[in-house]
Design a protein around this ligand. Structure first.
Ligand code: 0O2
Length: 270
């Protein structure tokens, strides 16, 4: 096939990779802007090289006219997550998108490949607008953790080096490494819940502080200035201790003080 024809075929795939990469990057930004944890750590995209297409055609006996239907990863997107739990979230995000239609899903995480490879694969239909009009094409999205990505990248280089015939002793080492990756991902998942707990307690603290400030503001109308300044100093002292329970107790004390002032003022007016 002429080089020009390859360009024509691959052009829409290039556009698709650019668009989808931008969209996923924007999702990361949206999470950040809202102060939310993003299940996507980073996104990579590539159009399959002509050499790699030719190799696949040879291996799978695919006619060049059929590459667009039979090679589903001409456009490839890789979504890298920090934690295994994030993968299901990304899968859900993709299933719910209106600009992508899922054709196929393969879960090589729950069902690891015999090589030790782990990743979640989705083949999606995606439409691009080009000079020649709209084109609906297939795209492969691979979703995996940073640790799975490290393993796959190293193994892929070895496949290349040994022309897909990795010696037995190296394959065994790779399988050991794959087991270690599972352990690592599990351990990191435990850290993930710690992170979530930390985020949660930060929110609780923020709410108590907002409550305390609100109470102090209300006391300005009831108590004298000297007492307010004393309460403020006490608040700064307790805040510096970084102890949520103390803050909670202090907040309750403020409720009691405010209640006392309200009762006094009722007695005076009544
Ligand atoms: P490249 O060089 O990354 O583009 P199928 O006939 O459908 O079962 P197919 O089409 O190979 O087989 O699909 P599969 O098994 O889902 O693999 C698709 C892609 O996943 C591969 O593309 C690799 O990128 C990746 N992959 C699958 N298995 C392995 C593995 O054991 N090790 C690594 N490192 N990557 C893997 P390509 O075109 O094979 O390769």
């Amino acid at each position: 096939m002429e080089i020009q024809l390859w360009r024509e075929i691959l052009n829409p795939y290039e556009l698709a990779v650019k668009e989808v990469t931008t969209k996923f990057n924007h999702l990361i930004k949206e999470h950040q802007d809202r102060g939310l944890y993003s299940p996507i750590e980073r996104v990579e995209g590539r159009v399959k090289s002509i050499a790699s297409i030719l190799e696949k055609c040879q291996k799978k006996k695919i006619d060049l006219e059929d590459i667009e239907t039979r090679i589903v990863d001409l456009a490839g997107i890789r979504v890298i997550c920090q934690f295994v739990e994030d993968i299901d979230k990304v899968v859900e995000i993709i299933r719910n998108r209106n600009d992508m239609e899922v054709k196929q899903e393969r879960d090589y995480i729950r069902q690891m490949k015999t090589s030790g490879y782990r990743s979640y694969h989705m083949i999606v239909y995606y439409t691009v607008d080009t000079l020649d009009g709209t084109k609906r094409l297939q795209m492969e999205v691979q979703i995996r953790t940073m640790a799975m990505n490290f393993w796959a990248t190293v193994e892929h280089s070895l496949q290349y080096k040994y022309k897909r015939n990795i010696p037995k002793h190296i394959r065994e080492r790779l399988l050991n490494a794959a087991d270690a990756i599972i352990l690592l991902d599990n351990e990191m998942s435990n850290v993930r819940s710690e992170i979530m707990d930390a985020q949660n307690s930060f929110q609780i603290k923020a709410n108590i502080v907002a409550d305390i400030l609100n109470n102090i503001q209300n006391l300005y109308k009831l108590a004298n200035k000297r007492e307010i300044l004393k309460i403020q100093d006490e608040f700064y002292r307790i805040y510096a201790m970084n102890d949520i329970e103390r803050l909670e107790r202090f907040n309750k004390q403020l409720d009691v003080i405010a209640e006392g002032y309200r009762a006094q003022s009722l007695a005076r007016n009544g």
